[in-house]
Design a protein around this ligand. Structure first.
Ligand code: ADP
Length: 399
């Protein structure tokens, strides 16, 4: 029997999870706990073609996980009996401390918790998920997989912010980058699709989901990425605006009476596509654009403008490129975004084939014409699978 791994992605008020076989990618069960701490909590658990649901208050993460574990039992997959080899936890910020998948101990939990100053929205929620799972599944090894890890070795010039060097050093200020698990997984899939050795190709990846980031990868190692100290930098996202003149914040704090929490809300929740158009989902944005809504059109134009700015920057940073790849919710499902991001770049040998771009498929695929010098690809990401594989590897090598 192939080993199974439980992957847990614990957010501030939600938990996403999957039980899967790292060797085959087969998903035995998956689900989502939502609105933890609120009266209208919900769990939807899917095992095979069966879906079990729960509605009602969910006090905290542990209560949510307990419900999930009950649902596993209800669908005939009691987690105590199915032989879970490891639990893999997505952890957002590893700081300078963690840059490899790490077996979780009390010390590791304390260190992840201590990194909360760098990721106040994410690390505390990750820790809560880890602690609850450890209590509910004692004896099963747990592994933390860090969103920042892949970008740990960014070149000095790419990771350094040009501010007071002593202040930066004292507060751990550098570009860390995020979505690393996805960028690393997709980079590997690109190499497979092209039938090339990953250490021989240079590539640009656009991970466009609710959060969005791009990376420039030379010979398997990232040389730049758009997200920074926090996941706020870079591309325009669902509710985050990406790059801003930092002077805007000073100006708003002085003139619009915004305090730290107000700035936090503005940057994390009320900006990006949502801030400009009122909606944050690309399907809704498309509907508004089709209805000729001017704010939606502008939001889309700003989004595309920013993508192209980084495409240009990364083409120059790499000097050559073997593939340009789109992944995640928007990247995989929005042909318009792909076509517009790469429009009118024939001079650079970058073209998108309209028929291939709009063809429906879930498989990794080319969307550039067959004779294109620079392949343009769509490669579905699978962070859960990547986390499960890393977790299994850590547990296997720990004996
Ligand atoms: P995250 O993991 O960052 O929460 P995803 O990678 O799942 O996000 O991407 C979610 C986003 O993908 C949605 O908000 C939506 O904008 C976009 N999306 C999903 N499906 C489609 C689709 N069929 N067409 C266009 N956009 C889509």
């Amino acid at each position: 029997m192939n080993p199974v791994v439980l992957v847990v992605n614990s957010g501030s008020s939600s938990i996403k999870y999957q039980l899967l076989e790292p060797e085959t990618g087969t998903v035995a069960a998956s689900g989502l706990v939502e609105r933890i701490g609120e009266d209208d909590g919900a769990v939807a658990h899917r095992a095979g073609d069966r879906t079990v649901e729960h509605r009602g208050p969910i006090a905290d993460h542990k209560a949510g996980l307990r419900l999930v574990f009950d649902m596993f039992t209800e669908t005939g997959q009691d987690l105590a009996d199915v032989g879970v080899r490891a639990v893999g936890h997505r952890v957002v910020h590893g700081g300078e401390v963690f840059y490899e998948p790490t077996l979780i101990t009390d010390d590791v939990v304390a260190a992840i918790s201590a990194l909360s100053t760098l990721a106040p929205l994410h690390n505390p929620a990750n820790v809560t998920g880890i602690e609850s799972t450890r209590e509910l599944l004692p004896g099963v090894p747990q592994v933390a997989v860090f969103d920042t890890a892949f970008f740990h070795g960014l070149p000095e010039a790419a990771k350094t912010y040009a501010i007071d060097a002593e202040l930066a050093a004292a507060h751990g200020i550098r570009k860390y980058g995020f979505h690393g698990t996805s960028h690393e997984y997709v980079a590997g899939q690109v190499a497979r699709l092209l039938d090339r050795d990953p250490s021989h190709i240079d590539q640009i990846i656009f991970h466009l989901g609710n959060g969005a980031s791009a990376s420039a990868i030379r010979a398997g190692h990232p040389i730049d990425t758009t997200m920074g100290l926090t996941p706020l930098e870079g591309l325009v996202m669902g509710t985050r605006g990406g790059d801003l003149d930092p002077g805007i914040l000073l100006h708003l704090m002085r003139t619009a009476d915004l305090d730290v929490d107000g700035v936090d809300r503005l940057l994390n929740r009320d900006s990006g596509i949502k801030g400009l158009s009122g909606v944050n989902d690309f399907r809704e944005l498309r509907r508004l654009i089709d209805a000729d809504n001017a704010s939606a059109r502008l939001a889309y134009a700003v989004y595309i403008h920013r993508l192209r700015r980084y495409l240009g920057a990364y083409l120059i940073a790499l000097g050559r490129v073997d593939a340009i790849t789109f992944t995640a919710g928007v990247g995989e499902n929005s042909p318009d975004v792909r076509a517009d991001a790469l429009a009118d770049l024939e001079l650079f040998d970058i073209t998108v084939d309209p028929a291939l771009n709009t063809a429906k498929s879930r498989a990794p695929r080319h969307i550039s014409p067959p004779d294109a010098r620079i392949p343009v690809l769509v490669v579905p990401t699978n962070e859960e699978l990547a986390i499960a594989r890393s977790a299994l590897q850590v547990v296997d090598s720990a004996g």
